[in-house]
Design a protein around this ligand. Structure first.
Ligand SMILES: C[S@@+](CC[C@H](N)C(=O)[O-])C[C@H]1O[C@@H](n2cnc3c(N)ncnc32)[C@H](O)[C@@H]1O
Length: 268
């Protein structure tokens, strides 16, 4: 996967800011809900820079296994550098492991990227042993004031139908899984029982510049950047920076809420 849809170009910013601030708190909640015992075999689907995999590693201990897959080689390299050594360049669906191998399988903010998310979930359940647990996270559709403002500036640079097309291409299942009912149905439909979906809110204190940098690692900005010439891109950044400076203090509050969905693979 090359082009603006790939995370290759933003791995460094993802790791420096987004991983710890945005992605780790919900990942901790999901891993907690999976009740991973020491010695468990686990798989992180779409591991990125290894955020959820590292938390799982604390749980499984020396006797356990944490494997991880991702289509971005640059993200995988960072994950490996942080001690996730069983990394495989692969996607879901198409997980290169045998049926029933894992006690726990999880995907932190990944399924919204997959057009055939049903098949991806079925494949994740396939590599899970009966009685094993699967966890996924997805963003809600809530936007806090700084994000709304950033999006307003971005919208003035790209026609609405171009945005729709781009987001449909990069995050084809995003809209579906901002809905907790559809998320629950998707997990049940993939063969999981006792499915729970819970909302968590992450309240961050961030510098305005770091907020902007985190936005620049997002799918929306990767698309924007690939569509604007150098001049337009610089104007966009300037306007976004000015709009934020006018409306928010230098150290500002940023809120993101997410769904944590967990289920147990049916036995028999
Ligand atoms: C928003 S990032 C989240 C990364 C990581 N899970 C985290 O919590 O930081 C989404 C990740 O999903 C990966 N991805 C995209 N499509 C995928 C697929 N079909 N199967 C597995 N991973 C995929 C991307 O390369 C990217 O690393």
């Amino acid at each position: 996967m090359q082009s603006w849809k790939s995370y290759d170009s933003v791995a460094a910013t993802h790791e420096r800011l987004s991983a710890g601030l945005l992605f780790e708190p919900p990942a901790r909640e999901m891993i907690g809900a999976l009740e991973i015992p020491p010695g468990a075999r686990t798989l992180d689907v779409g591991t990125g820079t290894g955020v959820a995999a590292l938390i799982a590693k604390e749980k499984v201990g020396e006797a356990g296994i944490v494997a991880a897959i991702d289509p971005s080689l640059v993200m995988l390299r960072v994950a490996r550098g942080k001690g996730i050594d069983r990394v495989v360049h692969a996607v879901a669906p198409g997980i290169p492991f045998r049926d029933g191998l894992f006690d726990r399988v999880f995907a932190n903010f990944v399924i919204s990227h997959i057009a055939d998310a049903e098949s991806a979930l079925l494949d994740m359940v396939r590599v899970l042993r009966p009685g094993g647990r699967l966890g996924v996270t997805a963003w809600t559709d809530e936007q806090d004031p700084p994000r709304k403002l950033w999006q307003e500036v971005a919208d003035s640079f790209v026609q609405p139908d171009r945005w729709r097309e781009a987001l449909q291409a990069a995050l084809p299942s995003e809209d579906r899984y901002t809905d907790p009912v559809q998320l629950e149905q998707a997990l049940a439909g993939a063969g999981l029982d006792s499915v729970t979906v819970r909302r968590v809110e992450n309240i961050m204190r961030v510098d305005r510049e770091d907020f902007l940098a985190m936005r620049e690692a997002s799918t929306q900005t990767r698309f924007l950047r690939s569509n604007l010439d150098e001049d337009q891109w610089n104007r966009f950044r300037e306007q976004a920076r000015e709009a934020l400076a006018k409306n928010f203090p230098e150290r500002m509050e940023h809120r993101r809420s997410a769904w944590i969905a967990v289920g147990v693979k049916r036995v028999g």
